[in-house]
Design a binder for this molecule. Structure first.
Ligand code: ADP
Length: 598
């Protein structure tokens, strides 16, 4: 994509994001333009009065003659000034109200969109990306919506009226007085071009320093413990030095060129040019000294809006990037439901996985033609080496993503025909990664059933073995994790089990999560799970659970395909991969338990 194409896409994105307030922004910009035109009138008025006064000489009679005219010009000038200020304020107010509106609109639109994106999208993205768009990017857009269009209007209005007025006065003087302004834009464009070559090195240096800081901070305990401080500081210092060099290369051409450009459009410089050329033109007999006055007053009046425009153009670059990120988030692919309404599902609906394939990147199949059935009330264990595709299978069952090929049905209905509420009423889950929202423990447990009573919440917490622990917290069920309560990984896991218990789903998917828990917690979690799982259809992604040997069916996945299927005894008798795994002690804990006399 060429630079021009990229710019066109960026401005297209900005206008799409700002579409809901486009009319208001154009209105605000127009008011600001009209206002700024009117505020330039007093400058012409002063020039006019001065010309009148100086051309009439000192005689008292002459003053009496021009008095009326002076008052008239003064009145018109003041009127224009006040009206202009009112219009500019009105424009600013409309722009700020529009900004407020778009901020609310975008936050709501992003939230609505994210509610429809596959749950799997969240696991593959850092929450930082969403936070960046929701908070920082939307705030950055403020400079675009609340300030850019009104500033543009003011600059264009001031420039337009000044150019028209000065050319009406004298075209030769108009050309020389206005010369600094196009020259300013020329210098700025050249400076930006010169430094854009170093921009990439600057960006890379910045990224390197960010990584070095994270590495440095993360590594502090190890560094201190092993006494290699100098080494860790070394890579950080290198990154800082490289960044400093890139920064100098980036800013050196920019700073001096920008300083020159800005110096060119200071009121003093513009006035100097007007006076120098004015004197020359007077000596050439082209104009009279009095004709210099309008130029000396009006041309410097254009400096302030142009400088403001130049500063705000800097922010525009950031705002365009922010608008693009917000736009991307607003267009995140959502889960598409199949047409047709889903029939009511029976409580004992059966899950069938039919020729299921899945690929994260559209190339490598992580699951390939997997088919099996979860009969109501049975326990199925999925086993296999790390990276075989077990968790992916669990995520597909929970519709974190939709299959690349094949389908999963619940009671004969494709999952893509069910709405999420219906799906999660039937299939509950406890996954390795526990996600709690920033709310009380009560609200966290009742997440799927906000109307649940305190008794129901407590009963669920008891089943999950976490009730006593919650009561021991200073504010009990009102405690907020991270604020006034700290729970261990295993305890958080039990909170997530309580959440699943409260929903009382007939089918439960467990991505066995005991690896991170200590022995005490592991026992508690096992008890909680076996109490909860009783009588339900259970799918366990087994890493080392003793449910494996008691499961009704065990499915061994290898490299995304089902390699072996049967119960513990059948698979051992087969003497295949499962038997080898068993013999190797891959399921050591279960083996020990199976062999122990009690
Ligand atoms: P298991 O649970 O059996 O350890 P997974 O289902 O987690 O296996 O992973 C199966 C394969 O898919 C692995 O090769 C893994 O690297 C890949 N994978 C898992 N999650 C993602 C993801 N979010 N994006 C891309 N690839 C992934």
């Amino acid at each position: 994509m060429s630079v021009n194409e990229a710019k066109a896409t960026a401005s297209g994105t900005v206008s799409q994001v700002l579409q809901p307030i486009r009319g208001r922004l154009i209105g605000a910009g127009t008011l600001a333009a009209l206002g700024s035109m009117l505020t330039m009138v007093p400058l012409a008025g002063i020039a006019h009065i001065a010309q009148l006064a100086l051309s009439q000489g000192d005689a008292v009679g002459n003053w009496a003659q021009i008095g009326g005219q002076v008052w008239q010009v003064l009145g018109v000038s003041l009127g224009c000034l006040f009206l202009g200020m009112i219009l500019i304020s009105l424009g600013e107010m409309i722009a700020h109200l529009a900004d407020n509106r778009i901020t609310g609109h975008l936050r709501l639109a992003i939230t609505r969109r994210l509610a429809k994106v596959p749950l799997g999208w969240f696991t593959s993205r850092a929450s930082g990306e969403v936070k960046q768009a929701m908070q920082e990017d939307i705030n950055t857009l403020h400079s675009l919506t609340a300030h850019f269009y009104t500033t543009l209007g003011r600059t264009v209005g001031a420039a337009l009226i000044a150019v028209l007025y000065l050319f009406a006065m004298d075209w030769r003087m108009a050309i020389v007085s206005l010369l600094p302004f196009p020259l300013f834009f020329l210098f700025v464009a050249r400076a930006t071009k010169a430094s854009s070559a170093n921009m990439q090195a600057f960006g890379a240096g910045m990224a390197r320093i960010n990584n070095a800081v994270v590495e440095f901070v993360n590594g502090i305990p190890v560094v201190k413990a092993f006494g290699v401080e100098g080494k860790a500081h070394g890579s950080y210092r290198e990154a800082v030095d490289a960044f400093a060099a890139a920064f100098t290369d980036f800013t050196r051409p920019l700073v001096s060129a920008m300083a020159n450009a800005h110096a060119l459009i200071t009121p003093v410089a513009v006035l100097g040019i007007v006076l120098a050329f004015g004197t020359l033109f007077v000596s050439l007999g082209w104009i009279t000294p009095l004709q210099i006055l309008p130029f000396a007053l009006v041309a410097p009046g254009m400096c302030a809006p142009l400088l403001l425009m130049s500063y705000i153009t800097h922010d525009l670059h950031n705002a365009t990037g922010a608008a693009q990120r917000v736009h991307t988030l607003l267009h995140t692919p959502v889960l598409e439901n199949l047409a047709g309404t889903a029939p009511l599902l029976a409580q004992n609906a059966q899950v069938r996985v039919e020729h299921l394939s899945y690929s994260y990147d559209g190339e490598t199949r992580v699951l390939d033609d997997v088919s099996f059935t979860l009969k109501p009330g049975t326990v199925t264990a999925i086993v296999g080496a790390s990276g075989a595709g077990k968790s992916t299978l669990a995520r597909l069952l929970l519709r974190f993503f939709d299959p690349s090929a094949g389908r999963i049905t619940l009671g004969g209905v494709d999952l893509r025909q069910l709405d999420t509420a219906q799906l999660y009423r039937h299939i509950g889950f406890v996954l390795q990664e526990v996600r709690l929202i920033h709310a009380s423990l009560r609200d966290n447990i009742a997440l799927g059933r906000p109307g649940a009573s305190q008794e129901e919440i407590e009963a669920a917490a008891r089943t999950a073995n976490i009730h006593q622990r919650i009561l021991a917290l200073p504010r009990g069920y009102d405690s907020v994790i991270g604020e006034d309560a700290q729970l261990s990984g295993g305890e958080l896991q039990r909170v997530s089990i309580a959440r699943a218990v409260l929903l009382d789903p007939p089918i439960l998917v467990l991505d066995e999560a005991t690896a991170a828990a200590d022995a005490q917690n592991e026992v508690q979690i096992q008890h909680a799970l076996s109490r909860f799982a009783r009588g339900r259809t259970l799918l366990v992604i087994a890493h080392r659970l003793d449910t494996v040997m008691h499961a009704d069916q065990i499915i061994l996945i290898d490299n995304g395909s089902i390699r072996e299927q049967g119960n513990h005894a059948q698979l051992l008798a087969r003497n295949g991969q499962y038997a080898r795994l068993w013999a190797l002690g891959g399921y050591q804990q279960a083996k020990e338990k199976a062999q122990s006399p009690c």
